[in-house]
Design a protein around this ligand. Structure first.
Ligand code: ADQ
Length: 742
């Protein structure tokens, strides 16, 4: 199903950079327009929806200069571009610091280059806050917010807190690394939680999406489906959506621009009978430029016949030059090129032409069209647009695309010559064989690539993203209307006060007290026993603790409270405050089934380090909270299906709960406790049940429609109402007693 984007909705693009940079020279301020892929994709969308763009203008000095402010003000009014100003300290720590010395190396699998200082982190948080504030200043109710890239990963959750109803999408342009790399990141939990504020998160490739799911599981303990992850009450949709280019912007230049035609001719004249190999990159260590140069040296060393026959044109645009690593890279590249040119040059041939600057689009297009082979071998790259730009300019031509298998683009460009850039020997062989293939063979591959690049263009990409975002935001809104409503506290207190025959059924863990890492540590809080004592002492009340715990636990913690009903093991066994004896509903219950089931669970314990069996009177439970989460969940599914076959046509059921698989008779059900109380004290005029987990849903399902069923926490539930946490519930119970007293 394709949801059409509502034309009334305005698009708010949020990216680290605005589509222009502010420049200050000779006491004059001016704007320099950017022409990257993002600008190309977003500009038509913004025009169509009267949208706005929020970003950093690229300068941090003289922020209050009136001429500068006037210029920015004009951009806001006339073009809908609003600048987030950052002080020099914040912008350095945010951009050069945490973004580009912590996140960038780690996301590109260079953990040894990761640098972290708490000051960088604080600047990153502060910058994300500044972006949030600017968005809030301009936000309108139906806006679609599209946040871009790794610099703004905290922003979705910051916005969600400030504007809970906002439609928020996030696209990551870099790779998302495997969880074993991601876990090295200082402040990794905050980063994942920050992202999960979005309704919709998209990556370039399916692998990055799976890496993200894995990190969310291993670091936050959240299980997910292939395309969504549950975060609190919301489902966050996930997608793999490789960005495209605007092919016409390249082919039109090639077909009509005189300067381009001229440059193409000049290139042919300059290199007659020589094959052109082309590298185009930002000067970044992820792009694999030194590795490429070393491979080129090997190619020339091992193939003397190629000398004089080929030339490598390497275009590299300097970037992030305030970071020491980038300066070192520049020197390394300069040095390698000097060595290779020195070693192989002849009076009429230089093996490498090195252009270290940004070149205008017409010149770039001429190079793409002239190149016999594009050598695009990043060591890691989110996608790589250069590969697609080259293909766009090779329509009907016989160029060869040599592409690193570590560029995200490789997953869509199977007809390319795929290489591992770390293996210079094999890469050199593949380059040689690509050059020696017939034109027809190469043309055929290029035609297939070209078709896909044209089809999966940047406009399709943005349309798919916005469709995904709209669907995710709509699903969230529909979901909210089916959810329990916030408990009307004054109303329930008044109802309690008016009533004379009350039933209160309260779960224990996660409802009256918070969870602890070890179950034995979840002891009652100091206020709980006095509270329950006073509630149970009221002759109008029947108060029952309805828990999955054993009789022994409940007795140890709450057994001395007079008048309190205790229901252990999900209501399978109940202690009446009158007889003080534990009773079960079933007579003639036999637990000989445990002998059949237990060996199966033991087999799974043997296979799963960290898992264990808990033996209860009415249940056997396999716990895997301490096991590897992926392996544990996988085996849990296998265990449930094994048990389902074994237990078919018996009164036993296997349930996959929160890091557990529990086997118990089907009649063991918290709803039974309700019947039991009704038997002892029929027709209550105030009925309350509070719980937080799946087993409490059985109880909620048995409650009359007008009863006070309440879910503790904000997840989905059959309960009518929800309440924040155990402390809120204890406070509510406290208010019952006060009102009763006065
Ligand atoms: P980048 O790391 O910048 O982008 P890439 O996708 O290759 O990498 O885009 C580079 C762009 O700069 C291309 O459009 C190219 O034409 C241009 N360019 C490069 N060198 C140039 C030069 N010397 N002169 C002029 N133009 C030059 C990030 C991620 C990528 C992801 C993109 C888009 O790192 O993996 O593909 O975003 O999501």
């Amino acid at each position: 199903m394709i949801t059409k984007i509502n034309k009334q909705q305005r698009l708010v693009v949020v990216a680290n950079r605005l589509p222009f940079t502010l420049k200050h020279d000779n006491d004059e301020w001016r704007v320099e327009h950017s022409t990257g892929g993002l600008v190309t994709a977003m500009e038509p969308l913004l025009k169509n929806s009267d949208g706005i763009w929020i970003g950093w203008p690229g300068d941090s000095d003289n922020l209050d200069d009136p001429q500068r402010l006037k210029l920015l003000d004009d951009r806001g009014r006339l073009e809908g571009c609003f600048a987030v100003d950052l002080s020099p300290e914040v912008s350095y720590g945010f951009y050069e610091g945490y973004s580009n010395q912590t996140l960038w190396p780690l996301f590109h699998q260079f953990p040894s280059l990761l640098k972290f200082t708490p000051e960088y982190w604080h600047a990153y948080v502060e910058a994300n806050r500044c972006f949030r504030d600017m968005i809030l200043e301009h936000l309108q109710p139906d806006d679609l917010i599209w946040i871009h890239d790794y610099q703004l990963m905290l922003l979705p959750q910051m916005l969600r807190e400030a504007a809970p109803a906002a439609s928020i999408g996030f696209f990551l342009h870099t790779p998302f690394p495997s969880s074993s790399i991601f876990r090295l990141l200082p402040r990794r939990e905050e980063m994942l939680q920050g992202l999960l504020g979005a309704d919709y998160i998209a990556f370039h490739t399916y692998i990055y999406q799976q890496n993200f799911r894995n990190s969310v599981l291993r670091i936050l303990g959240l299980e997910s489906r292939m395309d969504s992850v549950k975060f609190g009450a919301r489902a966050v949709q996930l997608d793999a959506l490789p960005i495209g280019i605007a092919p016409d912007q390249f082919t039109d230049i090639l077909a009509h621009d005189e300067e381009t035609k001229d440059q193409l001719n000049r290139l042919k004249q300059r290199f007659p009978n020589r094959r052109i190999l082309l590298g185009v990159d930002r000067l970044d260590y992820t792009k694999g430029i030194p590795e490429r140069l070393r491979t080129y040296r090997r190619l020339l060393t091992e193939n003397p016949d190629l000398r004089g026959q080929i030339v490598l044109i390497q275009v590299a645009v300097p970037s992030r030059e305030d970071i020491p690593m980038y300066k070192e890279l520049r020197h390394e590249v300069d040095e390698l090129i000097g060595q290779i040119d020195g070693e192989f040059s002849t009076p009429d041939w230089t093996p490498i032409v090195y252009i270290r600057r940004n070149i205008p689009r017409p010149a770039l297009v001429a190079l793409y069209a002239a190149a016999d082979l594009a050598w695009i071998t990043p060591l890691a790259d989110g996608l790589n647009l250069v590969a697609k730009e080259y293909v766009a300019c090779q329509k009907g031509r016989a160029g060869a695309l040599v592409l690193s298998e570590f560029a995200g683009a490789a997953s869509e460009m199977g007809e390319a010559f795929l290489v591992n850039p770390y293996d210079d020997e094999r890469t050199a062989e593949i380059i040689k064989s690509a050059l020696s293939q017939s034109d027809d063979e190469r043309r055929e591959k290029m035609a297939a690539l070209h078709k896909r690049v044209v089809h999966n263009n940047v406009f399709k990409w943005s349309e798919r993203f916005l469709t995904g975002l709209c669907e995710a935001a709509t699903a969230r809104i529909e979901n909210i209307s089916n959810k329990p409503q916030a408990l009307p506290v004054a109303e329930i207190v008044a109802a309690y006060r008016k009533s004379t025959k009350r039933h209160l059924l309260l779960d224990y863990d996660g409802t009256l007290v918070c969870f602890s890492k070890r179950p034995q540590d979840a002891v009652p809080t100091s206020d709980l026993s006095p509270l329950l004592t006073r509630l149970a002492a009221d002759p109008s009340n029947s108060v029952a603790i309805v828990s999955g715990r054993s009789c022994a636990d409940l007795e140890r913690w709450l057994g001395d409270i007079e008048g309190l009903w205790l229901a252990a093991e999900h209501g399978a066994i109940i202690r009446s405050p009158v007889t003080m004896a534990w009773e079960t509903f079933r007579e003639n219950y036999s637990d000989e089934w445990k002998e059949r089931v237990r060996p199966i669970l033991e087999h799974f314990v043997d296979r799963t380090p960290g898992s264990l069996i808990e033996v209860k009177e009415f249940a056997l439970v396999w716990h895997y909270r301490m096991a590897d989460p992926v392996f544990g969940a996988w085996l849990a599914n296998e265990l449930v299906s094994t048990l389902e076959q074994l237990l078919a046509e018996t009164e036993l059921r296997a349930l996959h709960g929160n890091k557990i698989v529990e086997v118990k008779p089907v009649w063991v059900n918290k709803g039974e406790v309700l019947k039991r109380l009704a038997h002892v004290a029929p027709e209550p005029d105030f009925l309350l049940a509070a719980g937080d987990d799946r087993t409490d849903e059985d109880l909620f399902a048995c409650m009359p429609e007008d009863a006070w069923s309440m879910h503790i926490g904000d997840q989905d539930s059959r309960a009518r109402f929800c309440l924040g946490n155990p402390k809120d519930l204890r406070q509510l119970l406290g208010r019952f007693i006060e009102t009763n007293v006065c």
